[in-house]
Ligand binder design. Structure first.
Ligand code: COI
Length: 361
């Protein structure tokens, strides 16, 4: 075991390196999403009103009191980001990491949790990537997925803001989240968020509430759910774990960020790329009735979801009120063009004209 200390702007990070790497156990050609983890992780505790020293350790279980806030009242927020090898393997990059920190801190504020200092976040992520760079796959659609999260750890069974937290970063090589076109069920019974709620926070509870409806949709043969708004159950909200886009009459339409949907970094990147390619992108409420009418008129040509884990994932069917509406994903153009451009920027094969890529090594 070797230990060293990395000094960041305000907080030291101590590093304990694994004795034996588990790299040889990994099958890089078979990487289901989120099941494989690298050798190291970072943890940092918050108490006495401040973040304490951080530690990079061998990946391991946490030891927590069963009375911790996170187990009872769910103070938990997280992020998803990815590190890539440049296509020519000349370096390693992150994609818009400052946006992940911004959103993590916004989610933390909404869930009444302390914010993470920028130097701690960036130094932790970069050091972990440096230590575990051998875990970054260089295969199409694969990357090193990085999962920073914060949980409330005060051992106290009472409903109030915790006074102790744990900030943790884990990471692992992964393939695509869905990896194939998906069919989705439009739910007008269950919703994932509503105005005044916290649908725009990347909070664990937002996802927990979707699990039961998604299981119901799977029993009916769909891969995931297309969520409608909480108030009218009429306007499209998100799809699965992604933001949603429709191509209607040659224009892209996506719901506006009204506080009920995740302010997706991939969503923002897709909008920027699409506009740069000359497409009109409308960010506005779009009702499921408008989507159905466009399908019936032959004007709905594409449907896709966007997210860090999924990147751009096409949708080839949506079920609504007992009827399935099919789309020919092989004829999609806009989705694949944008996906190609985005992945090109992420893998540094396409000019990074928006300055999104950050060199790590
Ligand atoms: C992501 O896209 O990175 C996510 O966090 C979504 C999901 C895997 C929960």
């Amino acid at each position: 075991m070797s230990t060293q200390t990395l000094i960041t702007g305000t907080l030291p990070i101590s590093i304990e390196v694994v004795k034996e790497s588990k790299l040889s156990e990994i099958d890089f050609h078979n990487l289901p999403f989120g099941k494989t983890f690298s050798d190291h992780m970072m943890i940092c505790e918050y108490y006495d009103g401040k973040w304490q020293s951080a530690k990079i350790l061998p990946f391991q279980n946490l030891s927590l009191s069963p009375a911790c806030n996170v187990f009872h009242y769910g103070q938990a927020v997280f992020e998803g980001m990815k590190a890539y090898y440049k296509q020519d393997e000349s370096g390693i990059v992150l994609f818009r990491p400052e946006k992940n920190l911004e959103r993590l801190n916004k989610s933390a504020v909404r869930m009444s949790m302390p914010q993470i200092p920028e130097d701690l976040f960036m130094a932790g992520v970069k050091k972990l990537i440096e230590l575990d760079k051998a875990f970054i796959p260089n295969l199409p659609g694969s990357s090193l997925y990085i999962r920073p999260f914060i949980i409330g750890t005060e051992p106290f069974i009472g409903v109030r803001t915790s006074d102790r937290y744990l900030f943790c970063i884990i990471l692992g090589p992964t393939g695509p989240y869905y990896g194939e076109p998906i069919s989705v069920l439009v739910y007008d019974t269950y919703v994932r968020s509503t105005k005044g709620g916290y649908g725009n926070a990347k909070a664990a509870g937002n996802y927990a509430g979707t699990l039961y409806p998604v299981e119901q949709a799977k029993k009916l043969g769909y891969k995931d759910v297309l969520w409608l708004d909480g108030e009218h159950k009429k306007y499209v909200n998100e799809v699965g774990t992604m933001n949603i886009f429709f191509a209607i009459d040659g224009k892209l339409i996506t719901p506006e960020t009204d506080g009920t949907i995740l302010e997706g970094i991939t969503r923002d990147s897709v909008i920027t790329i699409a506009r740069d390619m000359g497409y009109t992108v409308e960010e506005r409420p779009i009702s499921i009735d408008e989507v159905v009418a466009a399908h019936e008129a032959g004007k709905l040509t594409e449907m896709f979801g966007t997210g860090t884990a999924a990147v751009v994932n096409v949708i080839n069917c949506f079920g609504f009120k007992g009827k399935d509406y099919l789309l020919d994903d092989k004829a999609f153009e806009i989705a694949y063009k944008i996906k190609g451009m985005l992945e090109g920027i992420q893998k540094c094969t396409t000019e990074d004209k928006f300055n999104w890529v950050v060199n790590v090594l």
